[in-house]
Design a protein around this ligand. Structure first.
Ligand code: GRF
Length: 191
């Protein structure tokens, strides 16, 4: 089955853009069908035009509740033949019903070596604990935050002088590589 990806973002969108680029350059046997952002100011969204990839901005406040908002996401994904979801810096918690529908067809990237440093600001948590190694994790999404089955991880060395900002940058470089590696593997086995 061809991987028809739908991406959900809330932030800069650098991971999203990187996935779109890899599909465009045929590094992965997949298509990004549509990107949905709940942040109209995401820098990555503007750059999407270059790749002719569809995008949509959906603001939760314009829906009567989270269910209506996620029903809309499902509707858009269905209309665009999406069969696999990548979360890439999506900052909203998805409801159980949504996740049940996409079970084993939805993955997320988190900037720490899970199960360490779940939740918000994992790079800051890592610096505060003075860990010597950190990294990023790609995992299936279940209904507990940052808890689903781990698919793959990449490691970075945390230096003596590391700051939260420098660690974020270092990890982001690995995130971009890891997302492509994982999607390559998944695109070969998806049924
Ligand atoms: C990444 O660090 C990702 O791991 C986390 O949010 C950040 C998103 O960055 N979940 P970007 O929007 O892809 O640049």
């Amino acid at each position: 089955m061809v991987l028809n990806i739908g991406i959900l973002i809330s932030q800069n969108g650098s991971n999203m853009l990187n996935i779109v680029k890899a599909c465009h350059e045929k590094k992965i046997n997949a298509n990004v069908k549509i990107v949905i952002s709940n942040n109209p100011y995401s820098k990555g969204l503007k750059k999407l035009k270059t790749f002719d990839t569809k995008s949509k901005i959906l603001l939760l406040k314009n829906f009567k509740n989270k269910k209506a908002y996620e029903d809309k996401i499902n509707e858009i994904f269905e209309q665009n033949y999406v069969n696999f979801i990548c979360l890439a810096g999506y900052m909203k918690v998805l409801e159980k019903d949504f996740l049940k529908k996409w079970r084993e067809k939805i993955i997320n990237i988190h900037p720490s070596l899970l199960p360490s440093f779940k939740g918000l600001q994992p790079q800051k948590q890592a610096i505060e604990k003075k860990v010597k190694f950190s990294g990023c994790t790609i995992h299936y999404v279940n209904d507990t935050i940052d808890d689903g089955e781990i698919i793959d991880q990449a490691i970075v060395k945390v230096s003596e002088k590391e700051t939260v900002e420098s660690l974020k940058k270092k990890i982001l470089i690995e995130e971009h590589k890891l997302y492509i590696t994982v999607l390559k593997k998944i695109s070969k086995v998806l049924k």
